[in-house]
Ligand binder design. Structure first.
Ligand code: NCD
Length: 321
């Protein structure tokens, strides 16, 4: 694997290999010395054209834990409006000879385009409403830790599916791992033909009490056109779709990619309920992103030999688990 642009196209075995590696790496993260020398001397560029707290900080930390040097650029999305300026930015950054470029962009397809302009591995940290593969991997990792294998598990993804790259990547990842996925929301927030990704569709929460997991999405106001109204009002939306204490069963798990609009898609109390995995999702982000860097970079480049030794070390840790 050279780039990670989406979950689309990944085989179950490839997803499982990344999750297994994240598991071994998270065991190392429990040691006092959390650093591995794997990417020492390499440079990783984080290029963020959209706001981010969790994704950006965990990519940065993951790179540092593997001893890479990092450069983080938070740019305004206006500079990407023309393909040309994105290309200029990438070519400028390529002067640092980075091993990987992590990119978040409001434009669908930007990470794929960047692969044509650089020798670095490109990792999609979210492109418009298209994909957010590392989020789906960390969600699958969190769930697998809680539930074991996901085969036959019933997972509902509730809310603004239309504008959600997290939903798309999660439908692909969770179904690839054998789960049954239902997306749920008002018809205006469910994209047409989403079933083609392999999920079921429900326009009401009826039946959600059967789910093992309720994965709730943020209302993505920033992706809605100003003159278009997708819901009659937040109040009305909350009345039918907000997950609150009454709608979350004692044995159901609750997930959300963050940031949460408390009082809109989730009632404030459920965010911190015992069923909530929201903090575990954030914590999983570092190990999973380390695993992605490892997969894409460790066997490649000038210190490929050293990286192989490292791989053996990680394998060793795994076998002692
Ligand atoms: C998501 C994103 O940016 O796509 N957040 C994240 O990466 N943790 C989801 C969201 O913004 O609602």
């Amino acid at each position: 694997m050279r780039n990670l642009i989406g979950i689309a196209g990944l085989k179950r075995e490839e997803i499982e290999r990344l999750l297994d590696r994240a598991e071994s790496l998270s065991a190392i993260m429990e040691r006092e010395n959390k650093k591995l020398p794997t990417l020492s001397g390499r440079t990783i560029v984080n290029l963020f054209f959209e706001n981010s707290t969790r994704t950006r900080s965990s990519f940065d930390l993951a790179a540092k834990r593997l001893s890479a040097d990092t450069v983080t650029i938070q740019a305004s999305s206006s500079s990407t409006e023309k393909g040309e300026s994105l290309r200029d930015t990438v070519q400028t950054l390529s002067a640092y000879n980075p091993s990987a470029i992590v990119v978040r962009s409001p434009h669908v397809g930007a990470p794929g385009m960047i692969t044509r302009w650089t020798d670095a591995s490109v990792i999609n940290a979210g492109d418009g409403k298209h994909e957010h593969p590392t989020q789906a991997l960390l969600d699958a990792f969190t769930l697998r830790r809680r539930l074991g294998e996901l085969d036959g598990r019933n997972i509902w993804i509730v809310g603004d599916v239309l504008h959600s790259r997290v939903a798309r990547s999660n439908i692909l990842a969770l179904t690839a791992l054998g789960a049954s996925v239902t997306v749920c929301g008002p018809p205006t927030l469910i994209p047409r033909q989403i079933e083609e990704l392999g999920c079921n569709v429900s326009f009401t929460l009826d039946g959600s009490s059967e789910a093992d997991v309720l994965y709730v999405l943020r209302m993505q106001n920033e992706r809605m056109e100003e003159d278009q109204s997708f819901i009659p009002s937040v109040r009305e939306y909350a009345r039918y779709f907000q997950i609150n204490g009454k709608r979350l069963g004692a044995n159901q798990l609750l997930m959300h990619p963050g940031p949460v609009n408390r009082g809109v898609e989730l009632s404030p109390d459920v965010v911190d309920a015992p069923q909530s995995l929201i903090t575990e999702q954030v914590a999983a982000g570092v190990a999973v992103r380390m695993a992605v860097f490892y997969e894409l970079l460790a066997g490649r480049g000038p210190d490929g030999g050293a990286a192989k030794e490292e791989a053996a070390q990680v394998q060793g840790v795994k076998s002692t688990l």
